[in-house]
Design a protein around this ligand. Structure first.
Ligand code: FES
Ligand code: FES
Length: 175
């Protein structure tokens, strides 16, 4: 069975026709071309597919696209504003929080959600908050430092903050 779903993706309204079994991660990658959201496992364990759904981090390989009527989704492509990296993105750049980069989009989204929940997390809090996201390269220390950098330099950033707290009735970001 197929369904029309009306939703907002990175601030833009869109209508998509999806199969009942279609997962959000494949809707993003295959129907919208938003390939920044990665697929890293078949077991809901790696977190590479993490996006924000109505301002909360979710593993998009666990969400059915057909369930998203009226929802707002933000992917890694929607974190920067007018080419300016979000504090979390900038933190990963400043503190070398990535190597191969495969886990990075999911890390960025999970870290953004973490900073929305707690603007000043300790290194322990960061490790705990990101435990659902696996990295095979960095040993995590520089990821923790990257998130601390973000906490001290703007936090989750304006887009994610607006999305968590100030969606207008149309699902677009309030100014
Ligand atoms: Fe690994 Fe979603 S692809 S948790
Ligand atoms: Fe390679 Fe994390 S940077 S998996």
């Amino acid at each position: 069975m197929r369904h029309d779903v009306h939703l907002t993706v990175n601030g833009s309204h869109t209508t998509l026709n999806v199969e009942s079994r279609q997962l959000l991660v494949f809707m993003l990658r295959e129907q919208l071309g938003l390939t920044g959201t990665h697929v890293g496992c078949d077991t809901s364990n790696c977190g590479a597919c993490t996006v924000l759904l109505d301002g909360e981090a979710v593993k998009s390989c666990t969400v059915l696209a057909a369930s998203l009527e009226g929802s707002s989704v933000r992917t890694v492509e929607g974190l920067a504003v007018d080419g300016q990296l979000s504090p979390v993105q900038e933190g990963f750049r400043q503190c070398h929080g990535l190597q191969c980069g495969y886990c990075t989009p999911g890390m960025l989204m999970a870290a953004t959600s973490l900073l929305l929940d707690d603007a000043d997390p300790s290194p322990h809090d960061i490790r705990e908050g990101l435990e659902g996201n696996l990295c095979r390269c960095t040993g995590y220390q520089m990821i923790v430092e990257s998130v601390r950098w973000a906490a001290e330099n703007g936090g989750a950033g304006p887009v994610a903050t607006a999305e968590r707290g100030a969606l207008d009735p149309q699902g677009t970001l309030a100014s």
